[in-house]
Design a protein around this ligand. Structure first.
Ligand SMILES: NC(=O)C1=CN([C@@H]2O[C@H](COP(=O)(O)OP(=O)(O)OC[C@H]3O[C@@H](n4cnc5c(N)ncnc54)[C@H](OP(=O)(O)O)[C@@H]3O)[C@@H](O)[C@H]2O)C=CC1
Ligand SMILES: CC(=O)N[C@@H](CCC(=O)OP(=O)(O)O)C(=O)O
Length: 354
């Protein structure tokens, strides 16, 4: 990285043709401190990036290269916008060349290798690198991310659930941590750009369904982070849904307040907790955040409700763009911290309405 008054970070992206890859390209091509150096595709090597993605015409003059030909070792940081298992196979080689790594997949999210192997059906290629990696959720791990060489960017659902609950946790939590319910919904880009019958327009549109109810790989990721924040066993019912929209994610989280929580002004608690977090907006009590209000921006909006019918129920609404705060925007936020840049650099986009 150059160290002039306006430092420049040389960036490589493995997996530039997918949805999170093109979102990284959109954000990084406008970032004031980034020089995009390498972008890979196995199937489209030789194609100009702006020919595949016309939104980048005039902003990016690069050609896809194969991962083997890409000058990844000349970069300061490489983003892996690839399926699970790709980043860990190249991590040691890149680290030896002094290249930092941000993985958008799950190779560096679960510290327990047995748990990783159970959920992802592959053995971990570099447990030593996993042990030094940092879970890339800046709002809970900001200082550790600043010093990290390897960051495991969170899954999209976990970002909404963990940030929706984090102010309520700690050794003496405000909620009953044994009984948390998250009813979560994602747009179809959450499943990536791959060709699959279940993702066809005719299958997804004009319909609405739950999936992964008996087990989803984000469940252990969320639980392990919540347990780290509270130091106790967490009981979570997590039900993801696929909704007929392109981008956007919403988690509706149901909890029961403890005596301590009932005595606390939870609205003030959330506002104080996120006062210095530029990408978490705690809306006024009773507000109704919608996914449109965060579309294409790195913002996660939260609102708290105390619905009638019980004395201790708190409902937390959390919305984000799954491709931005849920993936590529969060990855850029992590890069900013790792390179001593302002956390908001390149991430000031306001949501698109309508
Ligand atoms: N979509 C979302 O909302 C979110 C996704 N994620 C995670 O981010 C990662 C990327 O997701 P997404 O962009 O949606 O996925 P896509 O399926 O849209 O894209 C995957 C990309 O990886 C490349 N690729 C596939 N296999 C390999 C390989 N063996 N070596 C190198 N490159 C490879 C493909 O490019 P090519 O075939 O051209 O080489 C393609 O560019 C995934 O791990 C996903 O789970 C995380 C949070 C949210
Ligand atoms: C709608 C949809 O299918 N979403 C994906 C989650 C996307 C994501 O964040 O997943 P990773 O953990 O793979 O990074 C799913 O449920 O598998």
């Amino acid at each position: 990285m150059s160290t002039s008054a306006s430092p420049v970070v040389k960036v490589g992206i493995v997996g530039g043709t997918g949805y999170t890859g093109v979102e990284l390209l959109r954000l990084l091509s406008q970032h004031p401190n980034v020089e995009l150096t390498a972008i890979t595709s196995r199937g489209d090597a030789g194609t100009r990036v702006a020919d595949m993605f016309p939104n980048l015409r005039g902003h990016l003059d690069l050609v896809f290269t194969t991962p083997a030909d890409a000058p990844l070792k000349e970069c300061d940081v490489v983003f892996f916008a690839t399926p699970h298992g790709v980043a860990m196979s190249q991590a040691n080689e890149l680290l030896a060349a002094d290249v930092k790594i941000i993985d958008l997949a799950a190779d560096f999210r679960l510290q327990d290798t047995a748990m990783f192997e159970r959920w992802y059906k592959m053995s971990h290629a570099c447990p030593d690198v996993l042990a030094e990696s940092v879970y890339g959720l800046p709002e809970i791990n900001r200082e550790a991310i600043r010093k990290a060489r390897v960051v495991g960017n969170p899954g999209c659902y976990p970002t909404t659930v963990i940030l929706g609950l984090s102010p309520l946790l700690g050794p003496d939590p405000m909620i009953d941590v044994t009984d948390i319910i998250s009813d979560s919904k994602s747009g179809a880009t959450g499943a990536g750009r791959k060709a699959e019958v279940g993702l066809l327009f005719s299958e997804v549109s004009d319909s609405f369904k739950a999936y992964g109810v008996s087990g989803h790989r984000h469940h252990p990721e969320i639980v392990s982070q919540l347990e780290g924040l509270t130091g106790a066993s967490v009981g979570l019912t997590f039900v993801p849904h696929l909704v007929p929209m392109v981008r956007g994610m919403m988690s509706t989280i149901y909890v029961r307040l403890t005596e301590k929580g009932l005595e606390t002004d939870v609205q003030a608690l959330f506002e104080a907790h996120y006062r210095d977090s530029p990408f978490v907006d705690v809306m006024p009590a009773g507000a109704q955040p919608d996914t449109r209000s965060v579309r294409a921006s790195n913002m996660l909006r939260i609102a708290l409700h105390r619905p009638p019918g019980t004395v201790d129920r708190l409902v937390i609404l959390a919305v984000q763009d799954n491709l931005v705060k849920g993936a590529s925007g969060q990855a850029v936020q992590n890069m900013n911290l790792m390179f001593g840049l302002p956390e908001e650099a390149g991430l000031s986009q306001i949501a698109i309405l309508p």
